[in-house]
Ligand binder design. Sequence first.
Ligand code: AMP
Ligand code: MG
Length: 400
Amino acid sequence: MVTVAQAEQIIAQQTRDYGTEYLGYELAMGRMLAEDLIADRDLPPYNRVTMDGIAISYSGYASGCRRFDVVTTQAAGDRPAAITADNQCIEIMTGAALPETVDTIVRYEDLSIENGTATILIDTIKRGQNVHTRGKDKKQGDVVAMSGQVVTPAIISMAASVGVSRLAVKKLPRVVIVSTGDELVGIDETPNPYQIRRSNSYTIKAALQQYGIAPDMMHLPDDPDTTYTQLQAALGAYDVLLLSGGVSMGKYDYVPSALGRLGVAPGFYKVQQRPGKPFWFGAHASGQLVFAFPGNPVSAFLCLYRYFIPWLSGIGGSNAKPLYAELAADLTFKPQLQYFLQVHVSVSEAGMLVGTPLDGNGSGDFSNLVAANAFMELPLEITTFTAGSVYRMWPFKPIV
Ligand code: AMP
Ligand code: MG
């Protein structure tokens, strides 16, 4: 048996690179950039007018001119116009490229325009005002978003600006979710009184969907030969196997032995935690990883969010920082196991994250997961936990 920290470390050592793929914006959202995004031209690419008004040459203003003849109007997207004398101006709109013969924009609010003559009504004009100069934000060839960042709307904005319509993102592993157990039936079937529906596979699939993975699913009966041949097939077709059930000490738990015979070297079997103690993890010499979670739905859920999702985020290069919350109530937990308490974390009036225990009927009550939004990881070495203490937490829903 290993501790939670050891289990985490053993898994973290299994780094993988599944390569790069090029995706359109919809599919690239939330994925990890695999190449730097480079500015194909200066940003902004020309001296950009930032106010509607008139464009003048500052030298005319400096020599005392306050009335300017409007020679033409230039809209955004128009080819730049020109003036030929210092007492001329161009009516010009936000987004237009500043013509070479002018350098300063006076906004409509500071002007009156009558019969083709613009009169400046203020006496605080600065040379170059209301112009966003070419290359001020980025120069051509500059990195505008670095590889390793998660693709967000702001990154899509940069990609669109520099003309990259397909983003290079880290490929994700091919994942299969494997349920096991003779008591399990499909979700559309009517279970006999001694059967249950296989919910774990759908829970895991839904969670992975949020990370851009569309896993396949398979089901194994509690039979050693079928377990062996089906797992062999899965190892041939997928990078990661996420199993649930069949890893406990029961007479019909065939998963660890089948995996061992198939060359999946165990990294650990059993973690000093509740829920999820019989968690089995291993790696094949050819690279495939196997996360074999206990079948108990809360155990599988906890192990998914505590171990698999961080590993998945890690291979893309984004190790999320630990999050903490205050425990809202006193609590005692005596077993020598690291306890993952189901909590509902909310934001207190003082702006602190506070986790209220929602343990229901204990760690195995999965109906509670609907109301809870996080697990709070209570340290192994303590048995009495007092309200107001701060502990690490693992959210699995947005905190509101
Ligand atoms: P096991 O780890 O196979 O001993 O299973 C532990 C408990 O989890 C048993 O009560 C199983 O019926 C239940 N279980 C196993 N797999 C699933 C599943 N896919 N969906 C829901 N419950 C499951
Ligand atoms: Mg079972």
